[in-house]
Each structure stands twice: as structure tokens, then as C-alpha cells.
Design a protein around this ligand. Structure first.
Ligand code: UDP
Length: 232
């Protein structure tokens, strides 16, 4: 059982695969899955992407450093959205970020974060890394180190990491566990390079799961075999 967990959700978890906006069904599913783990008393941090709203690279006519600011704001929208759903289901949560000043968003202060965890809050880290040119994978890695998480659980729509693209190759083999060295030497892309390097440097375990299989998140938190675990 992991006690301190950073859960990285892509924007698609809120909107449904390839969709923009929010799906009531997906939001309810998300809350139900989180409820299963929060009842175990773990300290849970969340980082959410913005693919369901906008990614910087979608804005073709923008300079990327400008477009990414739009993307980062998308993560704030998603974070507030998740907070509302969690609270409607009786789960205490707080959105923290340094990129906006809003009545529902609190600035990042390490001492406060620990207090929120102690008091049973789910802490939603919004606004990515606070810098353009990064992704929320990197934000997840950074926040995981900051909150001293035991593991990052990356919620995806695939069952884990394969040696080949399973959509293209029938014989593709899923890894239950791989080391950082193996992933690098076999050029397996677990997350973006910056995120990967932060995880490796800080000895962080990452578990890639198919979030859309009911109960997978709980299994991962309980240390059961699910998805692919990347270890130092
Ligand atoms: N973003 C950014 N800096 C960060 C994190 C995110 O500029 O530290 C922007 C970037 O434009 C990115 C968007 O926010 O495309 C949404 O994040 P991401 O692409 O990681 O979302 P996901 O694919 O996980 O839904």
C-alpha cells in the first residue's frame, strides 16, 4: 500500500477519449475511482492536464510560449471542475496554484500542503509547472517530489508499457515492471523526457495504468500488479 500518491490525469479523463469539454459520465467515474482510494486514508495529490480543453500545440498560429499559457489556464479550469465534483461527493479538496489569483485557488506553500494532507484534503495542483514549454507530466513529476510522494500513478487509456505499439503489432509484449535504464536503452517513452528525468533523478516509482478499467487505481495504490511499474 502506498501512503503518499500523486495521481496524474490527462484532460481526456474528464472529457472522454478524443472529446472536448466535460462528460458527466467521466466526471462521475473519476470521482468514484478516487473515492475508493481516499477511503484508505492515503495522502493524495492530483495533477490534471487540459487535453479536453486545449493544448498549447493546438494553437497553430500562436507562439508556443503564448499558446502554452492558454493550456495552463485549461488545467486550472479542470482542477476547479474536479474540486467541485469531489466536494459534491463529500470529499474535501483544495486547488493550489501560483499562476492565478481566484477565490477558490490557494497559492502553493509547502507547509500548508502538509496541513491539508493531515486534515484529509485531496490537494489538486493546478497550472502545470507554472511555466510554458512544459507538460503536465513534468508538473506531476515536480509536484510528486515536492509532496514527497511514494509513487506517481499515471492514468492513461492503455494497459501499460509495451515493447512495441500493441495497436500495430499483435505480438507486442506488456511489461509488468521495467527499470529506468531499460526504458532508456530500449527507447520506450513512458512520459516526456523532462518528467522522466525528474523521476529518475529522485528515485520516484511511476505506475502506468489503464484508468478506465474499474478498480485499477485502487489496485495500483494497494501495490497489486496492474499496468506497468517503472522503477529506479
Ligand atoms: N502546459 C504548460 N506548462 C506546464 C503544463 C502544461 O505550458 O507546465 C500547457 C501546455 O500547453 C499543455 C497544456 O498546458 O499542452 C495541457 O497540458 P497537457 O498537454 O500535459 O495535458 P494532457 O495531455 O495531459 O491532457
Amino acid at each position: 500500500m502506498y501512503n503518499r500518491v500523486l495521481l496524474k490525469l490527462s484532460g481526456e479523463a474528464l472529457g472522454g477519449e478524443g472529446n472536448k469539454g466535460f462528460s458527466e459520465e467521466n466526471m462521475q467515474y473519476l470521482v468514484d475511482e478516487i473515492k475508493k482510494i481516499s477511503s484508505k486514508g492515503i495522502k493524495l495529490g492530483l495533477v490534471v492536464g487540459a487535453g479536453n480543453i486545449i493544448r498549447g500545440k493546438d494553437l497553430k498560429n500562436f507562439k508556443i510560449q503564448i499558446a502554452d499559457q492558454v493550456g495552463m489556464l485549461g488545467t486550472v479550469i479542470n482542477s476547479i471542475y474536479i474540486k467541485n465534483y469531489l466536494e459534491s461527493s463529500g470529499l474535501k479538496s483544495v486547488v493550489i496554484s501560483n499562476i492565478v489569483q481566484l477565490p477558490s485557488v490557494i497559492p502553493i506553500k509547502y507547509d500548508d500542503i502538509e496541513q491539508y494532507f493531515e486534515n484529509g484534503y485531496i490537494v489538486i495542483f493546478a497550472g502545470g509547472t507554472s511555466n510554458p514549454l512544459f507538460t503536465t507530466d513534468t508538473a506531476a513529476a515536480l509536484r510528486a517530489v515536492e509532496m514527497e510522494a511514494d509513487v506517481i500513478i499515471k492514468a492513461t487509456k492503455v494497459d501499460g508499457v509495451y515493447n512495441k505499439d500493441p495497436k500495430e503489432f499483435k505480438e507486442a509484449k506488456k511489461y509488468d515492471i521495467i527499470t529506468y535504464e531499460q526504458a532508456i536503452s530500449q527507447k520506450i517513452k513512458v512520459m516526456d523526457t523532462e518528467a522522466f528525468s525528474i523521476c529518475e533523478k529522485n528515485n520516484l516509482q511511476v505506475i502506468i495504468i489503464n484508468f478506465f478499467h474499474t478498480g485499477n487505481l485502487l489496485k495500483a495504490v494497494q501495490g497489486e500488479q496492474v499496468g506497468t511499474k517503472v522503477i529506479p
